[in-house]
Write a protein that binds this ligand. Structure first.
Ligand SMILES: Nc1ncnc2c1ncn2[C@@H]1O[C@H](COP(=O)(O)OP(=O)(O)OP(=O)(O)O)[C@@H](O)[C@H]1O
Ligand SMILES: [Mg+2]
Length: 355
């Protein structure tokens, strides 16, 4: 444990969150559901990391684990989440309350679910400073709130802060949620499908806003989405989730140019053409597995065109992808064999030859 913690915290001086071997299980009457199973990834300062996968693959449970808001009957079973030198798995609930909102902000898919309909927008943004006085700006609260609303490009902010959420459009409400999530200048924002409920034009505006805030505030973002098109637009690296595990994790260029896992390849093959945008991932043949009743071996093997006998018997461990920065990895026997064969060929090449 100590050794692991040292390794994680030494991963990269610029790493603000290092998730290692995280397991979050639900203990239901029908059995144990491994919703997040041995998940590892890093988020560096100012980096936007995409977490992508089909419905039910464990994306939101990963986000809730980081916020330490896993609903009963779920709980974090093991692993670590080093955030600015502290392991979030072990910190007290009181400490966690100080971190949520001030150091880690969260934006959800449905803005109305996180806004209070009977409080003005100004009060909802300003309320944060009562919880986190150390992050409150100097000067008047109203001036600070207006500035924050202007930062998320809400026109006529001084007047609109006196209005209630219901008089805002869907896109404007999502801007308010982003204002709340970033008001205290957190180091990390977790955005769980923040654009899925919006129409395409508004989606594009919200993505542009997140990119602008990253540039202005240097904030890091964990961006959860179904949509690989969105990933291509704003993410620096991508973790592809399948049945509670990250099956491939790498920088965005490598994922798109040289996908290693058959599931990533299938997702890319079914990506809509340029300009199209789908609300859900295009379907891949077969059904995602029931996490409470996983097949033996690799969970993707029943749907995998590349599966060999071994895949149906044993679950593959994570294999580091050569040349990947940080902790880029793939979880596939076939991909690991191909990577090893590629490395052997490269090593066998006569010196001086060009790759
Ligand atoms: N309250 C719960 N009780 C029992 N199991 C749960 C609960 N919440 C989630 N799970 C299990 O965790 C799995 C992952 O759920 P999660 O919400 O993380 O999926 P997701 O990837 O965010 O999907 P979506 O794209 O639909 O939001 C579910 O498939 C389910 O098996
Ligand atoms: Mg979800």
């Amino acid at each position: 444990m100590t050794e692991q913690r040292t390794r994680a915290s030494l991963a990269d001086a610029d790493t603000i969150l290092s998730v290692r071997n995280l397991r979050t299980y639900f203990y239901t009457r029908d059995g144990v559901v491994p919703a997040v199973d041995d998940v590892s990834f890093d988020i560096r300062r100012g980096e936007i990391v995409g977490l992508v996968g089909e419905s039910g693959s464990g994306k939101s449970v990963t986000a809730r684990s980081i916020m330490r808001l896993v609903p009963v009957p779920g709980r974090i079973v093991s692993g670590e989440m080093i955030f600015q030198g502290r392991d979030l798995v072990g910190v007290s609930e009181g400490e966690m309350r100080q971190l949520r909102g001030a150091h880690i902000g969260m934006v959800l898919q449905e803005p109305m679910a996180s806004l209070n309909p009977v409080l003005t927008i100004g009060d909802q943004v300003g309320e944060l400073f009562a919880y986190h006085p150390d992050r409150a700006p100097d000067g008047s609260r109203d001036d600070a709130v207006a500035e924050i609303l202007q930062r998320v490009r809400i026109p006529d902010a001084v007047r609109r802060m006196t209005e209630f959420p219901l008089s805002f459009s869907g896109g404007m409400r999502q801007r308010v949620c982003i204002a709340i999530a970033t008001a205290c200048r957190p180091e990390l924002v977790i955005a769980d499908e923040p654009t899925t409920a919006l129409d395409v034009t508004i989606q594009a505006q919200v993505l542009d806003l997140l990119l602008a805030l990253r540039a202005e505030l240097g904030v890091s973002v964990l961006f959860i989405t179904h949509d690989l098109g969105v990933v291509a637009e704003i993410c620096d690296s991508v973790a592809v989730m399948y049945a509670g595990k990250i099956v491939e994790y790498n920088d965005v260029e490598s994922i798109f140019a040289r996908p290693q896992h058959p599931y990533t390849k299938a997702l890319l093959a079914s990506l809509p053409r340029l300009g199209e945008r789908l609300a859900h991932l295009p379907s891949i043949e077969g059904q995602p597995p029931d996490l409470g009743d996983l097949p033996p071996g690799c969970s993707f093997s029943p749907r995998c065109p590349a599966a060999i006998d071994r895949c149906r018997e044993q679950a593959p461990d994570a294999t580091a992808i050569p040349g990947a920065s940080g902790s880029g990895h793939v979880r596939c026997f076939v991909a690991a064999d191909m990577l090893a064969a590629g490395a052997a060929t490269a090593n066998a090449a006569p010196s001086g030859s060009t790759p």
